[in-house]
Design a protein around this ligand. Structure first.
Ligand SMILES: [Zn+2]
Length: 326
């Protein structure tokens, strides 16, 4: 019955009997989540109080769209995905898709957001992305957000309960803003075709660049035509490198450890570069390999009780999605 503690905003609804003079029949005091107290004035002006339970309902909003010719970001906005959730949505796919080469106009995506709605029909708290799917001509992925027991951060799993996390990300840059259109593989500055030793992602200057795997920074600075450049050592034989950067992240220095997905820099247009993009290399035993062809170690698969809990959550989301699809 204590209302003082963390009450936040209280809405007070008074019910009065017509006068004159008007007489108070009851007062309802509710927090935004519907919980609170009901004060009723009875015979002889005796006031009785009773607790009101929360009246929150979980709702799922499903949004479907098609990739346009611009970017994941503009496609998601057009489909009605809440602006603040678009990066979250795109990031779910950065392990499995190369956003520059594998996603084309016409590819289909779906996102499901969970939100809590109170008895008055108002949304309470932030929306949460719980499901994300992407279907290209070559492959499709449907992902569910899940927090395994005893862990602190919810991550994405496919329908079989396999984690999306790989030893390296396929798209180590803010995927939502990568341009879908791309040009021929002619070196744009030198003007002739030469062996291209990495992967280019067309991004506006200032897109977040992520460490594609856990490792230690082994180079930060200007590196010839690469402009501002960062290289990371992941294992004795595996490195990744990031070129044409516009800025380095805080604490990024030779010898600094980095975590997979950590923001290490902002993309740019420095060095021998004809337009803003991230040039990304995967280097095995000192030689660049095709990042697309490099086989990454796949993530763990949930087991036993945790798998059962995941399946329950997956089914809950699927039922809510189906209900919405009608
Ligand atoms: Zn390049």
């Amino acid at each position: 019955m204590a209302l003082a503690e963390g009450a936040g905003d209280l809405r007070i609804t008074l019910s009065l009997a017509r006068g004159p003079p008007p007489r108070l029949l009851q007062a309802e005091l509710r927090r935004v989540d519907g919980s609170g107290v009901l004060l009723a004035v009875g015979a002889g002006d005796r006031v009785t109080a009773s607790a009101l339970a929360t009246d929150l309902n979980t709702q799922i909003k499903v949004v479907r769209g098609e990739m346009d010719a611009n970017s994941f970001y503009s496609s998601a906005v057009a489909a009605g995905v809440t602006d603040s959730l678009i990066s979250d949505f795109a990031n779910a796919f950065t392990f499995d898709f190369d956003f520059q080469r594998e996603i084309r106009p016409g590819d289909i995506f779906e996102a499901a957001f969970e939100r809590h709605v109170n008895g008055a029909g108002e949304a309470v708290g932030a929306e949460r992305l719980v499901y994300a799917s992407l279907q290209t001509q070559a492959k499709s992925k449907a992902l569910y957000r899940f927090l395994p027991t005893g862990e602190k951060v919810a991550t994405w799993f496919d329908g079989n309960g396999s984690s999306i996390v790989r030893s390296l990300m396929r798209t180590p840059v803010e995927g939502a803003r990568i341009s879908s259109s791309f040009g021929p593989r002619m070196h744009p500055v030198l003007g002739y075709t030469r062996v291209h030793k990495g992967t280019d992602f067309a991004t506006p200057v200032g897109a977040k660049v992520y460490a594609s795997g856990d490792g230690v920074i082994d180079f930060v600075g200007v590196h010839g035509g690469h402009g501002n450049y960062i290289s990371i050592t992941h294992t004795k034989t595996l490195q990744t490198a990031y070129a044409h950067l516009s800025a380095y992240g805080p604490g990024i220095a030779v010898g600094a450890p980095v975590r997979q997905g950590q923001e290490i820099a902002l993309s740019g247009n420095t060095g021998l570069s004809s337009g803003p993009h991230l040039h990304y290399e995967v280097i095995v035993g000192g030689a660049q390999v095709d990042p697309m062809a490099y086989e990454t170690e796949s993530g763990r698969r949930l087991q036993g009780m945790t798998l059962a809990a995941f399946q329950k959550e997956r089914d809950r989301i699927d039922v809510l999605r189906a209900a919405q699809n009608g």
